[in-house]
Ligand binder design. Structure first.
Ligand code: NAP
Length: 496
């Protein structure tokens, strides 16, 4: 159970503590933030509402801890990360339980998230050992006007203090995808977990604590993003921000100082379906891509753009599969579980009502109980409907019928977002041409969009993000190049 056994230290009465200077602490604010269970809509957990002074202290400690961590041999950093990964996997059950209770993640998926996160940490340790040991050796006579009098040696150096802010939907996985690269590269790390997902994150952080990382190297401050978010992201002690979430990231990128930013934001991933596509494969991918975790995935299929000639057949196949989705509590491993909050459910309902008023065809009746929304396929959606452009982050999927491939590409590219997209066709030449024309960070051919495997580069363009994730890219992003130039008194040429 959450907060028991090896995790007993992180709980004080009914509130979970925050982590600073290698210890679990109560906030001096005396206040806590409630985490509402999306299924019961009752307070499930409480976390500390950290103060600005506590944030200042964490930043100060993180700066000091980073200096000695940067001098810790790479193999030792990797060894500790492997240890943390093993501890995390060993304690997957209580962490998964917290994911079920605070974000209504279906029980099996919750376990998968924790295990996947352990694998990510291990892979990151191994990748770091390889790529951080490499630099460049350049000689000066390649550039006109120079002789071979200078040797330039480059190496990758850490940035300092990395601030990590993950979203609610994969709180553990998207936290470790920032923590592990930051640490292997020699940075210290301050985590601000999402409020819904904070308890899972605190358990995950305790696994790093149990692995024996130095005091102060990792900290975790809790509190509402709307209250301490600006103070954290504009803090002068922060040298890099790695953020995943919605439009909040756009605001942060405007406020942050002159520091490297990794922003993984929203998406409106389009699924373009051609006449020659294998419609059973498409339907299976629309279900997996559009409705897994009730559509609350950045890479969910968020709009289907299907050629008119095969639209009826595809819609029938998807409808048949929607009818088989189970709807209910996450504890029962239901396919569709309650969305994260009442405000989120209200937002989704607003998109549905707008589509209804403007004449979309409802393939199922709209049904909602509390935060639980039944899966809904909306056919004959037109560009004047909000659902054609906005990210519902729920189990509602619009279908737009197109009369040409160009129309599909145009809709995809007219979006503010550019995370992923997918195209279904048996013609690889067409797939490549369409994929090249889609203005997105990734295009999947004959499969739904997906963030994994976690070592693949993952990036959005336009409002979907800045920079690129994926283990190797994150390690590189959290380092800077430093050059040492050896100036020789006379040209010298290395002989064989
Ligand atoms: P969100 O509302 O933007 O919140 C993300 C994080 O930002 C949370 O930890 C939140 O804390 C924090 N936050 C809120 N206000 C802040 C502020 N002023 N300064 C700093 N941090 C602040 O997003 P969400 O609802 O958790 O997640 C859903 C969104 O994430 C969707 O748009 C989805 O597409 C996107 N997403 C993108 C990716 C990707 O890789 N591209 C992956 C997953 C999700 P609180 O919880 O305390 O408010």
């Amino acid at each position: 159970m959450a907060g028991t056994g090896v995790f007993a230290d992180i709980l004080d009465g009914d509130a979970f503590k925050y982590y600073s200077d290698g210890e679990w602490k109560k906030s001096s604010s005396g206040k806590s933030v409630a985490i509402v269970n999306p299924t019961t809509r009752k307070t499930q957990y409480k976390v500390q509402a950290c103060t600005q002074e506590e944030v200042n202290k964490v930043m100060e400690i993180a700066k000091t801890a980073q200096k000695s961590w940067a001098k810790t041999p790479l193999w030792k950093r990797a060894e500790l990360l492997h240890k943390a990964a093993a501890i995390l996997k060993e304690h997957k059950a209580p962490i998964a339980e917290a994911l079920v209770k605070e974000i209504a993640k279906p029980a099996k998926d919750a376990v998968t998230e924790v295990v996947r996160s352990g694998d990510l940490i291990s892979y990151c340790a191994e990748e770091g050992v390889r790529i951080l040991g490499e630099g460049k050796f350049l000689v000066s006579d390649s550039f006109p006007g120079n002789e071979r009098t200078k040797y330039c040696l480059t190496s990758k150096i850490p940035l300092g203090v990395v601030l990590a802010i993950p979203p609610f939907n994969y709180p553990v996985n998207l936290a470790v995808s920032k923590i592990a690269p930051a640490l292997i590269a020699g940075n210290s790390l301050v985590l601000k977990p999402p409020t819904q997902g904070a308890v899972s994150c605190l358990h995950m952080v305790h696994c790093f604590h149990l692995a024996g990382f130095p005091k102060g190297l990792i900290s975790c401050v809790t509190g509402k993003g709307s209250e301490i978010g600006d103070f954290l992201t504009m803090h002068p002690g922060v040298n890099c921000i790695s953020f995943t979430g919605g439009d909040t990231g756009i605001a942060i990128s405007k406020k942050a100082g002159m520091i490297p930013l990794q922003m993984e934001l929203g998406g409106k991933d389009a699924c373009i379906v051609l006449e020659d596509a294998d419609l059973d494969l498409v339907a299976a991918n629309i279900i997996k891509g559009g409705f897994s975790y009730s559509g609350q995935r950045c890479t969910a299929v968020k709009v289907v753009l299907v050629m008119e000639s095969v639209a009826d057949a595809l819609v029938e196949k998807v409808k048949a599969r929607v009818a088989k989705l189970t709807v209910g509590p996450p504890e029962d491993d239901s396919d569709i579980t309650p969305v994260v909050s009442e405000s989120s459910a209200n937002f989704i309902e607003g998109l549905v009502k707008d589509a209804k008023e403007k004449g979309a065809t409802f393939c199922q009746p709209y049904r909602r109980e509390g935060n639980l929304i039944w899966p809904l396929l909306l056919d004959h959606v037109r560009p004047d409907m909000r659902i054609a452009w906005e990210e519902p982050f729920g189990p509602v999927l619009p279908v737009i019928r197109i009369s040409s491939v160009e129309e599909g590409i145009h809709h995809c590219n007219a979006s503010n977002f550019g995370l992923q997209g997918c195209v279904f066709t048996r013609d690889i030449n067409k797939a490549i041409l369409i994929g090249d024309a889609m203005e997105t960070g990734t295009v999947q051919i004959n499969s739904a969009p997906a963030r994994g495997p976690d070592h693949f580069p993952f990036q959005g363009i336009k409002d979907s993000g800045i920079g690129s994730q994926g283990i190797t890219n994150s390690i590189n992003m959290m380092t800077k190049i430093k050059s040492t130039v050896i100036n020789l008194p006379a040209p010298t040429y290395t002989m064989g």
